[in-house]
Design a protein around this ligand. Structure first.
Ligand SMILES: O=C(NCC(=O)N1CCC[C@H]1C(=O)O)OCc1ccccc1
Length: 703
């Protein structure tokens, strides 16, 4: 008999031919989110999943514990704009953080903008913003229900009143001001037909850069930059001096083109772009400039990244110079100009950040800032300031804000703020880094966190998290769900820095791209083996988690090695690798995945695509308890991936007698890929996920 009564989904006779290979796609009809039977199917799936989660006998305790630990005050670095300071704050459980304004660092903070007033359920988020040069106007982008679409509004700082215009159909957009505080550049898809609320799936193509004059209607805006290639997304930054517009264009998620335009007159139409880089071969990130000398962080001929100087009066490559050469081991994460003519550089050394101060003109190092094992996750300050703030986070420290004062004869660093979290005592925990050997002999780092006194007898539960793509570094962060798991289930949590990320620069990213993607899955499976061999856990107590590209990781691993895991949590996963490029911004991911449009791309994608590699495991092995999570306004990774995968999984595996573990999906409404999700929905999602893990892995909850 079937363990669970899963909804039935018709299988249609849809077939595609890829380079002479015929591939069936019976759940193609689930790709239409507006079809009645798709909506019906979603409801039926939720009707199976929620009762399973509700059966968790200690759901209330978990929810209380998650809420309690979540309820600590959150602060951004303070940042100065014009004559005022600003700071994002959240008292702990507010759905969205609030922007406060302060006359000085130690004066009374008053509310400047509270997004919680914009919706009753907190689903309208402030997703991006940019003050004008003089700090008198605040441009801000609002997203609804977690979609990538934003609407830009402008607030007069002195009066607190909004200007009349609203800029719509904005997505993946820069926001940058002319130094006259009137002109504003942004990217938009103004010709977009049909829905643009994040529940649609059609491709985002032909983004254009527009010029907006403050106080006028969007209909007056005009195109200043556009490209023939429909898949180019435009970046734009008015230079530090205000005399140039630095324009970039990116096709995928790596490598950009580079142009500039002199901004010495009125902006009246298309800009006269001067080309600097016209081949998609490397990343070039603008840092600052002194006159025509422009500073960029790049991986051009430097897989660990370096700082170069390009003279825009003579931008030919032959004339470029190196300011800070690449480090042979450490990856240059970012750079920021500060204190008139100094440069702060942040590196990643074995997945931990370091921070150093350099002379901007020569690149010469002045000093190192003392940083513990952890991540620098925020910095604020301008070249015209004599102070800066930066923010530190680690597995057991949610937030330390440092203030650096350059105004004296020596540079002074002080702790500006340190967040205490309820009754969390960091001294009761261990967080460490270990290296394990993957299938091909590669040494891969992992972070392990557990309580002191953790018993290494292989009986304890473990949460193993991975991402492995898009040059993303998975560095230490503070996670309530992981700490609740450790506290109440006597477990450990592990973050594996598998290939595909940027932890060791381009070689690490390239090691997990295109035909090398299987290395990500091998690295993750070998992390699981390492944890079992070293008695951190066993396969009946091991849960793997991943989101988005990490959801692909989890789904591929349960197809390839179901015997290794007890439970799998696959959030907003990319699961149909033959068709991902057809929806919203999916085509941009070809820079990691390749695509089925080419014969070699089809070959390696078809071999691991989760939707196409579900099979009944050998012997008495069954699939782990599997929970997919998605949401109706996820326009980054559209929900069809999860719906098609759960349909195929339940069809192929759900009826097999030995399959007693649940195979389910949780589809959230008025929610998206994750960014901007209100606290209430986050706590609900974490509670449900922990309940699913606890129930499926037979864990006991203790206070
Ligand atoms: O698609 C991505 N990024 C890659 C991404 O989101 N991926 C890549 C795979 C699935 C999903 C994820 O892992 O979150 O970003 C689009 C974008 C956002 C903002 C500005 C310009 C362009």
């Amino acid at each position: 008999t079937m363990a669970y009564q899963y909804p039935s989904a018709r299988r249609e006779d849809v077939k595609d031919t890829y380079h002479n290979v015929e591939v069936a796609d019976p759940y193609r009809w689930l790709e239409d989110p507006d079809a009645e039977d798709t909506k019906q199917y979603v409801e039926e799936q939720n009707a199976v999943t929620h009762p399973y989660i509700e059966e968790c006998s200690f759901k209330e305790e978990i929810n209380k514990s998650v809420t309690k630990l979540w309820n600590y005050p959150k602060y951004s670095t303070p940042f100065k704009q014009g004559s005022k300071y600003y700071q994002y704050r959240n008292t702990g459980l507010q759905n969205q953080s609030v922007i406060y304004q302060l006359d000085s660092l130690d004066s009374e903070a008053t509310v400047f903008l509270d997004p919680n007033l914009l919706s009753k359920d907190g689903t309208i988020a402030l997703s991006t913003s940019k003050f004008s040069e003089d700090g008198k106007v605040f441009a801000y982008g609002l997203s609804s229900s977690g979609s990538d679409w934003i609407e830009i509004k402008f607030r007069n700082v002195e009066t607190g009143k909004d200007y009349n215009e609203i800029l719509t159909k904005v997505k993946f957009s820069p926001m940058t001001w002319m130094h006259d505080n009137k002109g504003f550049f942004y990217g938009a898809y103004l010709h977009k037909q049909g829905k643009a609320d994040g529940s649609e799936t059609d491709c985002n193509e032909y983004q254009k850069l527009y010029y907006h004059c403050l106080g006028t209607d969007q209909s007056q805006d005009f195109v200043v930059v556009e490209f023939d290639d429909p898949q180019l997304r435009i970046g734009a930054t008015v230079s530090y001096c205000g005399k140039y517009l630095v324009v970039t264009a990116v096709k995928g998620c790596k490598n950009n083109l580079l142009y500039f335009a002199r901004m010495d007159g009125e902006v009246t139409g298309k800009l006269n772009l001067k080309p600097v880089v016209t081949e998609l071969e490397a990343d070039y990130e603008y840092i600052t400039n002194n006159g025509s000398k422009f500073f960029f962080r790049t991986n051009k001929d430097a897989p660990n990244y370096r700082i170069i100087v390009i003279d825009f009066d003579n931008p030919d490559k032959a004339n470029w110079s190196t300011l800070v050469p690449e480090h042979e081991k450490d990856v240059l994460d970012w750079g920021k100009a500060i204190n008139t003519n100094q440069l702060v550089l942040c590196y990643l050394r074995d997945v931990k950040n370091t921070l150093s101060l350099h002379k901007l003109e020569s690149g010469e190092k002045i000093m190192d800032f003392p940083i513990e094992l952890g991540t620098i996750n925020g910095i604020s300050g301008k070249r015209e300031h004599t102070e800066m703030f930066y923010r530190f986070v680690s597995f057991l420290t949610p937030n330390i804000i440092y203030k650096v004062d350059f105004s004296g004869s020596t540079i002074k660093q002080t702790v500006f703020h340190e967040t205490k979290v309820g009754d969390l005592d960091p001294s009761k925990y261990v967080s460490k880094q270990e290296f394990y050997t993957s299938k091909d002999g590669t040494k891969v780092p992992m972070f392990i966190v557990h309580k002191k006194g953790f018993v290494m007898d292989g009986t304890k539960p473990c949460m193993l998290y991975g991402y492995g793509g898009f040059n993303i570094n998975v560095t230490p962060s503070f996670s309530v769900s992981r700490l609740v798991f450790v506290n109440h289930f006597d477990g450990c949590f592990v973050v594996a820095n598998i290939r595909g990320g940027g932890e060791y620069g381009d070689k690490w990213h390239n090691g997990g791209r295109f035909a090398n993607k299987q290395n990500c899955f091998d690295d993750f499976q070998y992390a699981a083996k390492y944890l079992v061999e070293n008695k951190y856990t066993n396969s009946d107590k091991l849960t793997i988690l991943g989101g988005s590209n990490g959801g692909l990781l989890v789904a591929a691993c349960i197809n390839q090695a179901p015997q290794l895991f007890a439970t799998a949590i696959c959030q907003v996963g990319v699961l149909d690798m033959l068709r991902f490029h057809k929806f919203t911004i999916g085509y941009a991911w070809k820079s990691d995945y390749g695509s089925s449009e080419t014969s070699e791309g089809f070959d390696y994608l078809y071999k691991y695509s989760p939707l196409h590699n579900i099979k009944i495991p050998e012997g008495d092995v069954q699939y782990p308890a599997t929970l997919l999570l998605t949401a109706d306004h996820d326009d980054r990774v559209v929900p069809l991936h999860s719906l098609k995968f759960i349909a195929e999984l339940q069809h192929k595996i759900g009826n097999v007698p030995k399959q007693t573990n649940p195979l389910m999906v949780r589809v959230e409404t008025r929610a998206g890929h994750g960014a901007g999700k209100p606290t209430a929905k986050l706590i609900e999602e974490v509670t449900d996920t922990l309940c699913f893990i606890a129930k499926s892995t037979n864990l006991e909850f203790h206070e």
